[in-house]
Every structure is written in C-alpha cells, then in structure tokens.
Design a protein around this ligand. Structure first.
Ligand SMILES: Cc1cc2nc3c(=O)[nH]c(=O)nc-3n(C[C@H](O)[C@H](O)[C@H](O)COP(=O)(O)O)c2cc1C
Ligand code: SF4
Length: 433
C-alpha cells in the first residue's frame, strides 16, 4: 500500500491545527522567512559574492520544484528570470483560480494553512525584489477568501507584511482579488488581464509575464502549491526536497482523486507512483464495484488513460510520453459503463464554452469539433468524420494561442485512440440487428 507523505499538507491535515498566526508560529511558521532575511552574502571561488536573494533562488532551483499549476515549469528559473530584469517595480502573483475539475488542493492550503502561502509569497518577493503581491482567487471559494483576509491582517499586525518586514529592508504587502468565474482566467496571461480590471482574454507570448507581466512589469505567477512550498524548501534546504520523487519530477504532489472511486479525496505522495497504485490501492477501485475503464488525469484538458497504461508513473515526462499530462494532479475515475464518445464530446464542449475567443482554432474549432462528434455518434459518415476530427485536433493543437485550445484535443484523441469501439456504436448496433 503506497504511503502518504505530507509536506505541503502537513499543517492543513494535522488534527487540531488552526489557520491563525499563533498556531502557525507554534509550528515553526515564519522561521524560513527569518532565515531568508538573515542570509549573509556568501563568498564564491571566483571572488564574487552570492547575495541572500541569490542564495534563495539557487535553493529553489536545487529543489527541482516545478510549477504545480499544470505546465510544470521550474519555479527557480521563473524567479531568476524576474530577478534578472532591471530593478524597478515587480510583482508576485498567486494563481488561486483552481479551475480543473475535481481539484481542491489549493483550497485546502488556503483554508487550512494560509500563512504558508503568505510566507512563501514574502520569501519570493525578497528573492526577486518585489514589493507588491496579489492572490487571484476564484469566486467559488468564499471561505478561503475570508480565511486569507484574516491571515493577511494577522501577518501585517505581526510585522510579517508591510513596511520593513520583521525589521528588514524588505517592504511587501499582498492584496486578495476575486475572479468572476471563468476557466480561462486561470491561464496566467488572462489572469493578469483580469487583475488589471479588463476582460479575461489571453495575451500572446512572448513577452512572458516574467518580463512583461502585471501592469507591464516583470511578474512571477505561481500556483498556490508552488508558492506555499517555498518556506519548507528554505527551512530544510533544496536538497531535502529534491531527495523525493523521480527523474525530473521532484518532491511530492497532492493527488486529488474523484469520480467513480471508493475513497475519493486528497493524498500527498512523492512523484513516481504508478497510476494503478493510485486508483486501486489509494482510491480502492470504483465505488460502483465495476471494473475501471478510464481515468482522466490532469483536469478537463487531460487525456483519458486506459487500464493498459496503469504502469505509468506519476511523472511529468512519463505522462508526456503517453500523450497525456498530469496538470494540477486531478484524477477522475470512470467504470466500464462510461461512453467514451460522450466523454470526448464533453471535452470539446467544455473548450467551446470556456474559450476566450481570441484565436480561431479554439473558438471555431471546438464548436466544429462538437458538431463532428455528434455526427459520429449519430452514425453519419463515421470513418470520414473521425478523420476530420483527428485533423481538427491537430489544427487546434498546433494553431491555438494557449493551452486551452492546444490541450482540448487530449481528451478527444485519447478517447479515439484507446476506446475506438465507442465511436462506432451505431454501426456496431446496426450490424448486430
Ligand atoms: C486554460 C488554462 C487554465 C489554467 N488554470 C490554472 C489554474 O486554475 N491554476 C493554476 O495555478 N494554473 C492554471 N493554469 C496554468 C497557468 O497558466 C500558469 O502556468 C501557472 O499559474 C503558473 O504557475 P506555476 O508555475 O506555479 O504552475 C492554467 C492554464 C490554462 C491554459
Ligand atoms: S486557445 Fe482558446 S482560450 Fe486560448 S487564446 Fe485561443 S481562443 Fe482563447
């Protein structure tokens, strides 16, 4: 039986732990920031000195932490990119939009251990030279909003936010902003547009937000989990974090198991667990007691993974190899009664509803995709329409401006590849009559 390994969830999951600052301090809260602010310049062999902020960035880099929002971009490199921009206004933005179906790990941190996120943002601000941070929170999380507001007030009162944080030269404060409820506002550039008070529509990249971000200034945008990991990396050292996981996926990942599964919920484990172990050993198999047929891994843009791939380890590159993604660690389990052509339609329809409309492959392609799947499901020119659908998926993958249109083909293509029989049902049914 795979063992839970609580790092990011160690406070939020502890019986009796409360999200107030007194409890946080009793559990070693703010020790990491204290350590960060006290770092002395380190002599390098070439005679240069490594500043405190540089040492923090190196520690984050050495930890191997990759962004938990979905793209898996190395957090240390992102922080360095912003730090390397010319001095001036810089921002720390936390992406707390958590839009992936079945996911709630960010919410658990914000409701259960909000000060770890706030401390992480403060460490990031010191490491990159920012004086202002924002938490962009989805409107569906009103309890988290209340708890974060209280935690911000407590942090200011304790001198851990505001002017001269804990008597240092660092001045940094955080504002909480509520999103209005659009999946695409979790995409970092439309999130920045929304934060600026505009319609949440995707920006073309480059420039990257790290160079030209919020209000045109260099900005670190990180997921809640990525940012809340910073204090423990600083406290225990990057190497300790790097010791967990596999290959280029280091540390732990809170898995969020949902759908037709016996034991749904949140379970933090080191990277590397096989999908079968997650679904059968942790999740206990299906709630219905019927055989598992597919697992959608990585949210609404993730592939439907069949049981034949249950040996795939939970690792960014391993999932890329099987044309899939791990996203924010969400898994939705389906039993053998699921109709995969319907699930493919659901994926395309999701994209059609949530598309920001900026680029044609996603705006028009997703609607044409739904229509084409409907024709296939109705038994209309099935072979030709499947070819058309595959071609459309390629166009969306290669031609979309952001990963909403670019990844929406994953559920569709995986359903076609692994469950082709579900797209030929009318023909099969006719043949059986
Ligand atoms: C359509 C779409 C929705 C996204 N939603 C979220 C989200 O809800 N939360 C999140 O952290 N990242 C989300 N992302 C990823 C962000 O664009 C970005 O990569 C992330 O916030 C960066 O933080 P990280 O490096 O810590 O992962 C989304 C991306 C896309 C394309
Ligand atoms: S892929 Fe979709 S969501 Fe992304 S920019 Fe294009 S239209 Fe907008």
């Amino acid at each position: 039986m795979p063992q839970e390994y609580k790092l990011i969830l160690k406070h939020a999951d502890e019986p009796g732990y409360t999200p107030d600052i007194e409890c946080y301090l009793r559990h070693g809260g703010y020790d990491a920031l204290k350590k960060a602010l006290a770092l002395q310049p380190k002599d390098l062999p070439d005679g240069r000195k490594l500043s405190g902020p540089e040492q923090i960035r190196q520690g984050v880099m050495a930890s191997g932490l990759r962004g938990r929002g979905g793209a898996g971009f190395p957090t240390g490199i992102k922080w360095k990119t912003v730090a390397d921009c010319p001095a001036g206004k810089k921002y720390v933005v936390v992406n707390a939009d958590e839009g992936d179906s079945g996911t709630f790990a960010d919410r658990m941190i914000m409701e259960g251990d909000p000060l770890s996120l706030i401390e992480g943002m403060t460490i990031c601000a010191f490491a990159i030279g920012a004086d202002k941070g924002y938490i962009y929170l989805r409107a569906e999380y009103p309890i988290a909003a209340e708890i974060i507001e209280e935690a911000l007030i407590a942090a200011r009162a304790a001198g851990a936010l505001g002017k001269n944080v804990r008597g240092s030269n660092l001045s940094f404060d955080i504002e909480l902003r509520m999103g209005a409820g659009a999946y695409v506002c979790g995409e970092e550039t439309s999130l920045l547009e929304s934060l600026e008070g505009k319609r949440g529509i995707v920006r073309a990249k480059p420039p990257l937000p790290a160079h030209v971000g919020l209000f045109g200034k260099p900005t670190v945008v990180n997921n809640v989990l990525s940012m809340a990991t910073a204090p423990m990396i600083l406290a225990d050292g990057g190497a300790a974090y790097h010791a967990l996981g596999m290959d280029r996926s280091r540390g732990t990942i809170p898995l969020q198991i949902a759908g037709n599964v016996k034991y749904a919920g949140l379970c933090e484990v080191p990277f590397g667990l096989k999908l079968g172990e997650i679904v059968n050993d942790i999740g206990g198999g299906t709630l219905s007691g019927r055989p598992v047929r597919a697992v959608q891994v990585g949210g609404p843009l993730g592939a439907y993974v069949p049981v034949s791939l249950f040996d795939t380890p939970f690792d960014y590159e391993a999932y890329t190899k099987v044309d899939s993604l791990i996203g924010h660690g969400g898994l939705v389990v389906f039993d053998d009664t699921v109709d995969m052509s319907w699930m493919a339609r659901f994926g395309m329809e999701f994209c059609a509803i949530e598309s920001c409309g900026k680029c044609t492959p996603c705006r028009i392609g997703s609607t044409r995709g739904v229509e084409t799947i409907d024709k296939i499901r109705a038994g209309e020119n099935v072979a030709a329409n499947i070819e058309l659908l595959k071609d459309l998926c390629q166009t969306m993958k290669l031609g979309s401006l952001c990963a909403l249109g670019g990844f929406a083909p994953y559920p569709v293509e995986s359903a076609l590849r692994h469950f082709p029989e579900d797209f030929h049902k009318p023909a099969l049914e006719a043949a059986a009559e």
